[in-house]
Each structure stands twice: as C-alpha cells, then as structure tokens.
Design a protein around this ligand. Sequence first.
Ligand code: MOS
Length: 696
Amino acid sequence: MSTGAVGRAHPRLEGREKVTGTARYAVEYPVDGVTYGWAVPATVVRGRITRIDTTDALASPSVLAVVHHGNAPRLAPGPQPELWLLQEPAVHYRGQFVAVVVATSLEAAREGARLVRIDYDAGPHSTVLAADHPGLYKPEHVNPSYPTDTAEGDFDAGYAAAPVRVDATYRTPAYHNNPMEPHATTALWHDGRLLVHDSTQGAVPVQSALAELFELPQESVRVIAEHVGGGFGSKGYAKAAVVLAALAARHVDRPVKLALTRQQLFGPIGYRTPSIQRVRLAADTDGRLTAVCHDAISQTSTVREFAEQIAVYTRSMYAAPHRRTTHRLVRLDVPTPFWMRAPGECPGAYALESAMDELAIAVGVDPVELRIRNDAQVDPDQGEPFTSRNLVACLREGAQRFGWTGRDPTPRARRDGRWLIGTGVAGSSYPARARPSSAAATARPDGTFLVRIDATDIGTGARTALWQVAADALGVPPERVEIRIGDSDLPVAPLAGGSMGTASWSWAVIRACEALRTKLREGASPGTEVSAEADTTDEVGGQPTRPRYAYGAQFVEVRVDADTGEVRVNRSLGVFAAGRVVNPTTARSQLIGGMTMGLSMALHEEGLLDERYGDWVNHDLATYHITGCADVEAVEAYWLDERDDELNPAGVKGIGEIGIVGTAAAVANAVHHATGVRIRDLPIRLDKLIGVSGLA
Ligand code: MOS
C-alpha cells in the first residue's frame, strides 16, 4: 500500500545540515594527527623526469615528505592507467601529477610544492584535434560498448537522390567539469586497511580501484562519500586525488587530506572531448527524412582510450530509411577525456538538432512540425518498439506552453530596439537504463525502519528520493523511515551516473522492503529487530531489452544586440517525458540544472588550448566562463505524467542528464532565428556574430 510519499514534493533531508555547514564533505572530517597533501603537476607536455630536487621543500620543518616516482609506495597496474600515479618518470600530458608534498599544514604543503624543482627531458607533442589529423583511427567500439559505426540502407544513394539536403559541420570545444566541491579525499591507513572519505559518485568503483592498485582484498578498503558537492560525471570513477592521498598517507604513515585546487581540475580529472561533427540530412519535400549521416571526430589520450559515443544519439532519434553513423578518434598528448553530463548525447544532440533546424528552413516546414513528422515509435537502430516514447507530446505541450504557435520563421523578423529577438527548439533524449543493486531493510521494535544502500547523493536529492520510495514500499509514513547511504560498508550499489541512480537503487530498495514485509507478515516475533536484504542482479539482468529512453523538447527565446552581438537568453522552457517523478522539488532542480548547464555550453564554456604550451590556457573560473545566475533570466521545466511499467518497479527513467541534451542546439537555433547567422562552432560568442553578420 502506497502512502503517497512518491510523487510528493519534499525538500532534501540533509538540506538543513548543508546550509548550516554541518554536513561533512570529504576533507571536513576531523582526524587526529592529520597531514595535508598538495599535488605537484608536470610542467611539460610529454617527456621524462630526469631529476627531482626536494632540498628546498624539505628544508621546512613542517614538510614531512615529497612523494614521487622515486620513493612512492608501489601500485599494481590498475584498470585505468591514468591512476598509476607517481610510479614512473614518464610524463604523458601537461598537468599530470608527478609528486605530492605532505606537510603538517595546508600552507606548508603548498609552499613546499612551489619549492620542488623538477627537470625534464621533453619531446615534441600534439595536442590539437583536427579533422585532417594524421592520427585519426577507428576505435573498436565507442562508450560504453556501442558499435563504432552503423549503416542501414544506402546512405550515399539516398542522399544523392533527395530533393532537399543539408550538409553541415559543427564543432564543440573541450568542456571542463567544475563541481562546487573539487575532487578531494581524506585517507587513513590502519592495520593494513585503508579508509577514505572521498568526493565521488560511487564508493564501490573507488573501492575496487584502490583494492586493485594497492593489492588489497576489497573488504580492506572502505570508502565513505556521505555528501558530495557535485560531480557531473567527473567523479564517476576513482580519480587522482584519492590515489595521491592514499599513496601519501601510506608513505608518511599518517592520515592525509588532499584536495585538488580549482586550477588542477582543468584536465587531470577528465573533461568533455572537443568534437568535429559532420551531419548530412536528406528529406522529401514534406520534410520526411530519407537519409541521415552523422560522422563524429573526437580525441583521446596516449594513456587510455576514451571513445565518446557522440553519434549514437542520431541512431535512435529520428526515422529514415538510409542511415549511417561513424566515430573516429585521435590519440593526443592530453589528459584522458572523461564523462561530463550526458556524454555522447549532449554534443551529438547539438549537431543533429542544429541540422534539423537547418533542414526545417531548407524545406520550409516549422521545426516543431518537422520533428513530429520524423518521430519514430520503433527504434530505427534496434528495429524494436520503444517501451514508451513521448517526444511528440513533449513538443506539443512545449509549443503550447511556450507560445510557439504563429511564429514567423523569417530570421530577423522581430526586433525590440537594439535587440533582435528569436526563438528556437530542439529535441532531447537520453537512455533510461538501470544496473543491478542490493539493499537492506530493517524493522525496529519501536516501529521505525532503517533502509541501507550504498547509493550516492552528489547533490541531486537521491537520499530524499530513496527515502520516499522506501516509505511507499514499506507502506508507512516517511517519518518512520531512516535511510543510510554513501558508504561501501552498506549493501553494494552502483554509482550515481548515467541517470541510472534512482532507477537502479529504488529497484533494490523496493525489493528489500517487500521482502521485509513478507517476513513481518509471516510472523516475525514482536519486539525483535527484523531485517531483509535484496539483490536485483538476476532481475535486472533478465529484463527484456526493448529500447528505453527519456525524451524532452526544449524551447528558447534569445535576444541579440544588433550592435555588439551580445546574446542573452530571455527564457528557456523544457517539457520532459521521463517516467515517474519521485520528488518534484529535486526533479525540477535536476532538469533546470541541466538546461542551465546547456545554456552555459551554448554561450560561455570553452577550453582554449594553446598548442605551443600543450594545455588549456583558461583554467580557472575567471577565464573559463560558466553561466551565472544573471545569465539565467527564466528557466521553466515541466514533465508529462508518464507511466511506463516495463522499466523498473519505481517506473522512473532518470532525470540527471536529459536536461542538458538539446539545450545548446535550441539556443543556436534561436540565435539563427534572431540574426540569420548560423553558428556551427560553440560557444556562440559575440565576436562570431559581429564578424559574420554586420548585424547593425
Ligand atoms: Mo553522468 S556524466 O553519467 O555522471
């Protein structure tokens, strides 16, 4: 019996702790005898360390050690080579951490890091992605395990025969994840066991990585991540901070706190790869797609292959008989790219949803209508019906709420003084996956319940959502339920990533609560504590594989200063079909957060790499621009009341990433509508608008 907790707006359970500063983040735990680590980055791009002089650094009485490849504890080669830190003199990219200074104060560690002298032998490097780079190759698959290329029908023939064609190349720069809380760790060794408080999206992946690197049994490593100040994908796996802190703590035999600086986040933690994407669309004179091709180029490092699934979005979004997608990569002397909110879908949707706008104009069909005409209820890629696909309903409801009807498609038709006004639309989709999880539920003699699961709340409200799910599954008011998450000692659960958290965790929570209720019904003795556990591995693994996605439609109004080219977003509005919404308060904040990050991608964010220096030159928040509150004038998120019983017991599709998918295209499409200028390389900066159009 549901108590109606799911679907009800509720503030975050830990909200008060957070705003009063009592919620503890990774380096805020009080620890006896603690020391501080400061990471030292390489200052060459590619080469070898020939000498490390630690004399000056060690002259400070507060500095305990300089840990580097010559003296660091040994690590086993682990699953991710970029974590094999301080093990060899080789430098693979500028900014690679090559030493850690450990001191009794943070200030002394920082000063010590400044005093470490390192000599290098440096060789030539290649750090810039180009469509004609001689190193382009075809990876075996793209993330997480999609085919690299797909082909159906005969794209070339279909394209050549069509009356309407679009052929456009879009570019996106490197984007850097900037969670409020940097990557940070407190590491403690005790009797050969390692305890870390880590800022991560998943305690289990960190636990596994540390166990492999330090050659420990998994149970000898405990990872606690009770509160996490954002991740966006960058904390989806063990990263440098936790490895460096653990190495340093073992070396000095004392607890170590290590937080990366803001500047150190730009590269070593991973970033969204830059991309070059050619999209070709062909249609009949009614705008029905006949041929679609998406060729994506992106980069990886020399350390490990990371193949972002950029063109995968195009495989399942719109129907067409002739289809082709390809991915090519270049290994550059750069840090390994990593996940950033909606990896693949986000950059891919910018290109495809921009090209759809170009097609709408070429064929003279309204861009909302064009998308409706090309909707697919059967997945064009898999050939199977979607479990539910409500893109059309999102487009229709969005058009109505936004006031799209009657829009004059003519560019530069609306003007308000110096401001040119335009509106744009884009579709969104993101896979609705789930992973196996386990959970435990306990009934206490006092009538309260404890639910335990190693889920992670990276700021999304996951803790609160699971508490609501548990209350309904137990059939009791949520006030009687306590939820415990964020600790690898709790029942094993997957990371907060891929918009899979709530779907995966709630599955196990519901099953554990059901098992507990069965036990209670079967007459557990009153006055004793009763517990039940559930593991959903078989159930999740045995799921039918029909394609499943969340969908959305994004509408944007912009104004562009006709004299200066300044772009402001007056309004963004998204309507999403993302299954059941557990908590409207936290769901809304995920969706508008994603849309805001998409606005940031459209207008502001850009990693600027200087080939001579071999690194990004803008690596702080003063020079790498991120949308601030004043840039977001009105943002509205709505959702359909969608029921899809094939997904998972909670009926959720995931909402962490769908909000960013399509936003940048909607902005670019609106800018075109306002100005007549099509920007095909993000971000949409005013110099691009001034130079191209002579707007005034
Ligand atoms: Mo998300 S980029 O899968 O953490």
